[in-house]
Design a protein around this ligand. Structure first.
Ligand code: FES
Length: 350
């Protein structure tokens, strides 16, 4: 995407090279501030943050200009390349700390994957009356002989079925349900960006050389075929909000008596964060109104417009809710697990 810089007097442009540009404009300290474009008169160098004669920066007004479908090949052929892209994995002319974001993502996401896999395989210590770990909700089948398991009466379909291949893998209720929230997160539009950058290095950052620089782009014929199932994963995610809400409400009742404990609060925050993450989903926003060409109902406010606006609020914070809910769901499972194992004591009013 190219941008041109304009101010009140019209387009600000330079027809000289980098040196002239520096003299008249504030050339980017990060090395990526010089933007090439072409106007009707021929080759033009457009610079970000133009300076006035006295040296003061004029506030640039960035305008999207769809008239510049310039590809690097054209630039190399017809334009003096100023800045450009460095070739090779991790190579860039950026001088900011672009590695920070992908590195933190890698650590947090890897921690989540390792912990979730471990916790799901345990099959125990996922329930302490009245708290149920979100990794195990809903419990379809229960094995009451296991420590920290729900009573069979709490399971949707009773005891562990005889067809479970126990010789291959120990039974764990989480293994039956984690595919739904797992696929929702894995195909999330935001998480795609996160793991493409941090795990696949494809590319590791904007204007940074990708790991597989020479591989042919395969468009929607590769991982995207699976990732496009996101809208269907979203339907299940909506059901999980209802299930987790029920768990949160039940976390305030022990033996039929209303009360509150630290676990009640933790489970409640968990479902609020997961719901906030889900309501900001791009597929959800599309379904509740975004798919319509006209939401205002010919000037009158419509239900679609109202819900779309609310979803837009969550959508604008989708990344934040994605990380907050990811970390908190781990915290919730860990809390229930440590309570069940006897390492923690729950403060409560019962
Ligand atoms: S886009 Fe992130 S959950 Fe749908």
């Amino acid at each position: 995407m190219f941008h041109s810089v304009n101010d009140a007097t019209g387009p600000v442009k330079m027809t000289t090279g980098r040196r002239g540009c520096r003299a008249n404009f504030a050339a980017s300290r990060r090395g990526i501030g010089l933007t090439l474009a072409v106007d009707a008169a021929g080759v033009t160098v457009w610079c970000n943050q133009p300076r006035r004669a006295g040296g003061a920066l004029r506030p640039p007004v960035l305008q999207r200009d769809g008239a510049f479908p310039i590809v690097r090949r054209d630039m190399a052929t017809h334009l003096p390349v100023i800045g450009g892209h460095a070739e090779g994995f991790g190579k860039t002319t950026r001088t900011d700390n672009w590695r920070g974001g992908p590195a933190i993502t890698l650590v947090v996401f890897l921690t989540f994957i390792v912990y979730t896999t471990w916790a799901a395989l345990q099959g125990n210590h996922y329930y302490v009356d009245p708290y149920l770990s979100p990794f195990y909700s809903p419990v379809l089948f229960a094995d009451p002989s296991v420590a920290g398991a729900v009573p069979v009466s709490h399971a949707w379909f009773g005891a562990v079925p005889s067809w479970w291949p126990s010789k291959l893998i120990s039974f764990s209720p989480a293994l039956l349900i984690l595919v739904f929230p797992g696929s929702f997160r894995f195909t999330c539009y935001y998480y795609r960006k996160a793991y493409y950058r941090s795990f696949a290095g494809s590319p590791p950052g904007c204007a940074v050389g990708p790991l597989a620089g020479t591989r042919t782009y395969r468009g929607e014929t590769a991982a995207l075929v699976f990732q496009n199932l996101h809208r269907y994963a979203m339907y299940f995610a909506l059901i999980f909000i209802v299930l987790l809400s029920k768990d949160a409400v039940e976390a305030f009742f022990r033996d039929g008596k209303l009360g509150i404990g630290v676990g009640s609060v933790i489970l409640t925050i968990n479902v609020i964060l997961i719901a906030s993450y889900t309501f900001g989903c791009h597929s959800f926003r599309h379904i509740i109104g975004g798919r319509k060409d006209c939401m205002s109902d010919c000037g009158k406010p419509s239900l679609a417009l109202g819900t779309w606006k609310r979803a837009t609020w969550f959508n604008a914070r989708h990344m934040q809710f994605a990380w907050a809910s990811l970390v908190w769901v781990m915290v919730t499972d860990l809390y229930v697990r440590l309570l069940s194992m006897g390492y923690l004591r729950d403060l409560h009013t019962w």
